[in-house]
Design a protein around this ligand. Structure first.
Ligand code: UDP
Ligand code: MG
Length: 306
C-alpha cells in the first residue's frame, strides 16, 4: 500500500484539485493507497473542505492541528499516521507534480528505499530567495556534510525509513535533513517547479529563517567549535600585541595608543556577543527539547481513521 502525506495550510481553493490529481495518478498504478492530509491549523475553510473530501473518499483521512504548528510538524504527523509500505510526502499546492509518482514508485519497487525529487530549476522566485536558499544550502553542506542543494520535501520513503524517522525523539525537526541523515539506498528523480496555482507561498521570511537555524543546529555543533577557534586566534593576536606593548614600555617608547584600544574593545566586544548568542541558540534548542512538549496537538480527525 502507498500512503501520500499532504500538509495543508490555508489551501481551501487548492486542495480538492490536488487530491483529485493525486488520486488519478495513483489509480493508474493500480496500487492500494491512502491519502493522509494534515490541516496545519488553517484559518480559512480548508478543514470543511477536507471533511467533505473525506466523506466522499474512503481512502482519505484528515487530521486537524489545534493551531499552526508548521509544515515540519505536519509532515511528522502525516508520517506517523501513515500505514503504507511506502510513504510519499508532497506539497498540497501542486508545486510537486504528481506525474512524478509512478517513476518514484517504480524505483522503489526496484529496491531503492529513499526516492528524492530534486528541483531541476527553482521555478519563479525572487533573486533574494534564490540567493538566500543557495547560501543556506552551502552553509548546511559545510556544517553537516549533507548536500541538500535543490532538495525538496517531495520524497518517497520506504516503511523502514519512515519508522526510523518517526522514532526520532527530537521536537524541532528538519525533514529534508533527517531524510538524508538516515541513509539507505537512495535514488534521485528530477522535476521543474511549476508555479503555485492559487495564493502565495505560506512561508514567511521569518519562518524560513527559523527553519534555517533549526537545520543548522540540528545537524552540526561546528558553530560552537567556531567560538573556540575564534578564541585561539585572539589569543595568538594578544600574545603578539602583548610582547610589542611590553617592549615599547621597557624601551620607553610607549605612546597614547588610543585608537588601538578602542578598536580592540569594539572587536572583542562584538566577538564575545556573537559567541554568547551562538551558545544561546543551542541552549534554547536544548531547553525546547528538554521541555519535551508534543510536536503537535491533533484536535479533530475525519475519514477512515476516525
Ligand atoms: N504548509 C503547512 N504549514 C505551514 C506552511 C505551509 O502545512 O505553516 C504547507 C502548505 O500548505 C503546502 C506546503 O506546506 O502544502 C508548502 O508550502 P508553500 O507552497 O507555501 O511553500 P513553498 O512552495 O513556497 O516552499
Ligand atoms: Mg509551494
Amino acid at each position: 500500500m502507498l500512503s501520500v502525506v499532504l500538509p495543508v495550510y490555508n489551501e481551501e481553493n487548492q486542495i480538492e484539485k490536488t487530491v483529485a490529481e493525486v488520486k488519478n495518478t495513483i489509480k493508474q498504478l493500480g496500487e492500494e493507497y491512502e491519502i493522509i492530509i494534515i490541516d496545519d491549523g488553517s484559518t480559512d475553510n480548508s478543514w470543511e473542505v477536507l471533511k467533505n473530501l473525506a466523506d466522499k473518499n474512503a481512502e482519505i483521512s484528515a487530521y486537524r492541528f489545534s493551531r499552526n504548528f508548521g509544515k515540519e510538524a505536519a509532515l511528522m504527523a502525516g508520517l506517523s499516521h501513515a500505514k503504507g509500505d511506502a510513504c510519499i510526502t508532497m506539497d498540497a499546492d501542486l508545486q510537486h507534480p504528481p506525474e512524478l509518482i509512478p517513476e518514484m514508485v517504480s524505483y522503489w519497487k526496484e529496491g531503492f528505499e529513499v526516492v528524492e525529487a530534486v528541483k531541476k530549476d527553482r521555478g519563479k522566485e525572487t533573486s533574494f530567495s534564490r540567493f538566500s536558499a543557495s547560501l543556506f544550502y552551502k552553509i548546511m553542506y559545510r556544517l553537516s556534510g549533507f548536500n541538500l542543494e535543490n532538495a525538496s520535501d517531495f520524497k518517497l520513503l520506504d516503511r523502514k525509513v519512515v519508522d526510523e524517522i518517526v522514532r526520532m525523539p527530537e521536537r524541532e525537526t528538519f525533514f529534508r535533513g533527517l531524510a538524508a541523515w538516515v541513509g539507505y539506498k537512495r535514488k534521485e528523480v528530477y522535476f521543474s517547479v511549476p508555479e503555485r496555482e492559487t495564493g502565495k507561498s505560506r512561508w514567511s521570511k521569518i519562518k524560513l529563517f527559523r527553519l534555517a537555524i533549526t537545520a543548522f543546529t540540528s545537524f552540526s555543533s561546528l558553530p560552537l567549535q567556531f567560538v573556540t577557534f575564534m578564541g585561539i586566534l585572539f589569543l595568538i593576536g594578544s600574545v603578539i600585541l602583548g610582547i610589542q606593548t611590553l617592549v615599547m614600555k621597557l624601551k620607553g617608547w610607549a605612546i597614547g595608543g588610543f585608537t588601538t584600544v578602542i578598536l580592540l574593545l569594539l572587536i572583542i566586544g562584538s566577538c564575545l556577543m556573537i559567541s554568547l548568542g551562538m551558545i544561546g541558540i543551542y541552549i534554547a534548542r536544548i531547553y525546547n527539547e528538554v521541555k519535551s512538549r508534543p510536536r503537535y496537538i491533533i484536535s479533530e480527525k475525519c475519514g477512515k481513521d476516525k
